[in-house]
Design a protein around this ligand. Structure first.
Ligand code: HEM
Length: 341
């Protein structure tokens, strides 16, 4: 009985941590789009304070410590909020690992490996966060940070899926069908991960406004593009972190790759979702296909609105959050068709 309640607590904590991690993805996106990533030029404090400087005296002190970067209240607030939320997620994960170890004594199949991995990842993210601040937001470091956040969310969701008892597994009545679906679902997940990373690269390089129109870009279906320059992984950032990062052709290349790859993602993942729905007529796979299809169409629509409305913060953050949820949808599908022990 005690064990059951502890298992339930483990499940609830994993679910809460996954939702919290999604919130953090949104906060990061909000910070990136409002260029608040370097709202605080130091770490762990913000202009030497535990929380963003508020009073006129603190702000004057901050100016004298960092004469090259004037403190901006809104950016400082966003950055410190992000830091405190990351710290809270770290504490949640520590508790999850501890609960898992405690349960392992009684439940042989209790998960401890993946929670342990998440623990390592979260602390790797702290280090990456510090490096990001020290290296003035190099796009590659920002990307690594984004990827680590995405992996943390994905692993937490995997823990939730393995613990949950609400969504019954698909019946094993169609083993051959499921066997064929497995590599296809995995490929769909990989495509979404690559598309997510391309979106992150576009955002980290501030290349969104290179194509302010849709479906054309700068009035053309094939504008001048410099892919080689757009995908240099280690480059210097402008004089300050808001400086121009890429020339127009390179930024256009980065933007167009994200758009073109989204077409490939739409075609393949759309087909996968419809295929799963068709198979689901004979099994309870249907809902997974439907979930992926709805998320995919909503994500594409938000991407297009982002461009047409010239990057309103709310839409960009929603686009980022939905990209994460789409990834979770594909993980859910992969979980449903995986081989059962
Ligand atoms: C499956 C489809 C798609 C996925 C998974 C996806 C994913 C992403 C992700 C993760 C970001 C980074 C957001 C951030 O840093 O917070 C992003 C940025 C962006 N995406 Fe997409 N995207 C998709 C389709 C599209 C489409 C169809 C368009 C437009 C035609 C588009 C336009 C943009 C733009 C303009 C940004 C940059 C936002 C900014 O930096 O302010 N996306 N995308």
């Amino acid at each position: 009985m005690i064990r059951t309640s502890q298992s339930q607590r483990f499940f609830r904590l994993a679910l809460f941590s996954a939702l919290f991690s999604l919130l953090l993805v949104m906060l990061s996106s909000w910070g990136r789009v409002s260029e608040a990533g370097l709202g605080c030029p130091d770490w762990p404090g913000c202009y030497g304070k535990l929380f963003a400087p508020q009073t006129a005296r603190d702000l004057n002190e901050a100016r004298s410590f960092f004469p090259r970067q004037a403190p901006e209240e809104e950016k400082m607030l966003k950055e410190t909020l992000h830091r405190y939320f990351s710290g809270a997620l770290g504490l949640l994960i520590i508790r999850l690992v501890w609960l898992g170890w405690k349960l392992k004594k009684h439940v042989r199949r209790q998960q401890v490996l993946i929670p342990g991995l998440v623990f390592v990842l979260v602390f790797a993210q702290v280090v990456l966060g510090i490096v990001t601040v020290k290296l003035q937001h190099k796009p590659l470091i920002t990307m690594l940070h984004l990827s680590a956040g995405m992996t943390t969310l994905a692993l937490l969701w995997w823990i939730v899926l393995r613990e949950q008892r609400f969504w019954r597994p698909v019946s094993a009545a169609l083993p051959a069908t499921l066997r064929r679906l497995r590599p296809r679902a995995l490929f769909g997940l990989l495509l979404v991960i690559v598309q997510y990373a391309l979106g992150g690269w576009l955002s980290a390089n501030y290349a969104a406004m290179a194509c302010p129109d849709f479906p054309t870009c700068q009035g053309s279906y094939w504008p001048a593009m410099d892919f080689m320059n757009g995908f240099v992984l280690w480059r210097d950032i402008g004089v300050d972190y808001e400086g121009v990062l890429l020339n127009l052709d390179a930024a256009t290349g980065v933007h167009m790759v994200h758009r073109l790859f989204s077409v490939a993602t739409l075609l393949y993942v759309g087909w996968l979702a419809l295929h799963t729905i068709r198979l689901g007529a004979r099994d309870n796979l249907c809902r997974y296909g439907l979930l992926v299809l709805v998320l995919l169409l909503a994500e594409m629509t938000l991407g297009i609105i982002t461009v047409l409305m010239h990057l309103p913060v709310v839409v960009v953050v929603a686009h980022s959050a939905l990209a994460a949820v789409l990834m979770l949808g594909l993980i859910t599908l992969n979980h449903a068709v995986r081989p059962r022990p």
